[in-house]
Design a protein around this ligand. Structure first.
Ligand code: TXE
Length: 499
């Protein structure tokens, strides 16, 4: 065994061995359901933990607890500065337990320990502190009104932003800790209570974060967590009548189903769904910047990133030379387990995801697509996919239009920027895109014509707490991050005063 492999902390081993329940009212409780769900290490396929498989009754208990906490005012009517201070303390606790949480994430999700430390822990800290600060910035506006009756009366109105109530947070498995905190933090900063459901594939880090919330001073019931399947636990949570808002990140198909059921009660929803994100490379682009930036943008977290670049359109004069550089980079990538910090490509998160990606590649081979692959994984039981380039895929290939969510990147030769733009926009998705050029006029002309919620120029996938993020078209509704983030977790109340 390589000496490079990070030694698992005793606290991580102890956490994995625990008998896990549901986090309700500030502590662990047993599920009323008999079943359980395994958690596997994607590097070996071995079971590393067992979690509860919550029933609809369990979910009802969690939502009622959150609702009681909300209506009691113990959090929702607390001074904003007190909420801010507790949430900042919560971030400090993540920092103190950073290595433990990074290791748990690598073990349940498969990603590199470097990425777990830098993103799941490091970036999440930035988001947590940014969002904690929003608790003290919630504000409305004042208005003079022109209502003419009764004669002589005057009216002044103002708006209040009030916490929306109980939030249901549904979290996927690609960045479980970070995306989980993208739901917990704005909900708590706004004064809401939350019931969060991690993915059944990767529940562990959020379970630990539930305990740390209590340690930070978040009152019992304000942050409840249920583990279970999407079909039972997720469905019961998103359709619960006491849930006022659903914040969902996941597949477009599941998101549409949740939107349909939310329509019955007009439950507020934010949906952050999939992407099939294009990159347009013009002939004047800096080749080194392109290759480095798009390797990161495409292969980070094995391509399991909703914002990942997955189809690259390159102007003909530089196509061959860029393909050669991508090929040599992909063939040189080291593949191995996430706990080995020297590896660049790690297993994907689940057997199901591995099979799904393999299906896309089989379909491409059946259509005689030109594929270039790097090394495969060391352990046949692990969920490895070799990093792969697909050259000039045609419409017959499923991967041309569908989200692969794996280390698979297509490179297509185009005649000019207009052809690239037409192909880039020819998608049901519209989450992110990037444009690579040193020509300022071209950048300014093209960015408004790209149909995507985020457009990067000369970078891709780099997000920030202060920059709104969300999708055009079927990539979702609503925006996360930025100074207006809490709007989605509040209702606006107009107060009209006659005087
Ligand atoms: O997602 P699901 P899956 C894409 C990616 C991936 C594909 C399938 O292409 O290959 O989706 O992944 C919960 N009511 N993304 O099947 O089903 C589920 O338990 C309520 C992109 O894992 O959307 C989990 O917690 N909840 C994405 C969460 O939804 C339900 C990240 C996501 O699972 C539910 C992940 C239901 N009926 C996958 N059914 C991104 N945007 O980053 C499932 N869930």
């Amino acid at each position: 065994m390589s000496t490079q492999i990070v030694k698992t902390l005793d606290s991580v081993s102890a956490f994995l061995k625990r008998s896990h329940g549901l986090y309700i009212d500030g502590g662990w409780v047993a599920s009323q359901a008999a079943g359980s769900l395994p958690v596997y290490d994607p590097a070996s396929g071995e079971r590393i933990a067992t979690t509860a498989d919550a029933s609809a009754e369990d979910v009802d208990r969690a939502v009622r607890s959150a609702h009681r906490a909300f209506t009691s005012g113990v959090w929702s009517r607390r001074l904003p500065a007190e909420r801010e201070r507790i949430l900042l303390r919560y971030a400090d606790l993540l920092e103190q337990h950073g290595e433990e949480l990074a290791q748990l994430e690598t073990l349940e999700q498969g990603k590199s320990i470097n990425i777990a430390r830098a993103f799941e822990v490091g970036s999440t800290l930035n988001w947590m502190r940014y969002t904690a600060g929003l608790a003290t910035k919630i504000s409305g506006r004042t208005f003079d009104l022109s209502i003419p009756v009764p004669e002589g009366a005057r009216y002044t109105a103002y708006t209040r932003k009030e916490p929306i109530g109980v939030v249901a947070g549904i979290v996927p498995w690609n960045f479980p800790l970070m995306i989980g905190m993208w739901k917990v933090m704005p909900a708590l900063a706004a004064g809401c209570s939350i019931v969060i459901k991690p993915s059944e594939i990767t529940p562990l880090t959020l379970m630990r974060m539930a305990e740390l919330a209590t340690d930070a001073g978040v009152p019992p019931g304000v942050f409840n967590l249920v583990t279970g399947s999407g079909q039972v636990c997720g469905q019961a949570l998103t359709s619960h009548p006491l849930v006022s808002k659903i914040s969902f990140t996941g597949s477009t198909a599941t998101g549409k189903g949740i939107a349909r059921s939310a329509a019955d009660r007009l439950t507020r929803i934010s949906l952050e769904l999939g992407g099939k994100n294009p990159a347009i490379v013009l002939k004047d682009a800096d080749p080194q910047q392109v290759v480095e930036g798009l390797l990161l943008g495409s292969f980070l977290n094995q391509g399991q990133v909703c914002a990942a670049s997955s189809r690259i359109y390159i102007e003909a004069p530089i196509y061959d030379s860029l393909v050669a550089q991508f090929e040599s980079a992909v063939k040189g990538m080291s593949v191995g387990q996430g706990m080995d910090p020297t590896t660049q490509i790690n297993p994907v998160a689940s057997k199901a995801q591995q099979l799904k990606i393999q299906g896309f590649l089989t379909n491409a081979r059946e259509h005689n697509a030109e594929l270039i692959s790097g090394a495969s994984g060391p352990d046949p039981q692990g969920y490895y996919i070799a990093p792969t380039l697909v050259l000039n895929p045609d419409e017959a290939l499923h991967l041309t239009r569908e989200e692969v969510f794996g280390p698979v990147l297509s490179l297509t030769r185009v005649a000019d920027a207009e052809e690239a733009l037409a192909l880039a926009n020819d998608s049901d998705y519209g989450l992110t895109a990037s444009l690579w050029t040193t020509n300022l006029a071209a950048a300014m002309n093209l960015t408004p014509r790209i149909e995507a919620g985020t457009v990067w120029v000369n970078s891709h996938t780099l997000i920030d707490a202060n920059m709104p993020f969300g999708g055009f078209k079927q990539s979702g509704t609503g925006r996360d991050f930025g100074v207006d983030w809490l709007d989605a977790f509040t209702e606006t109340k107009s107060v009209c005063i006659r005087h």
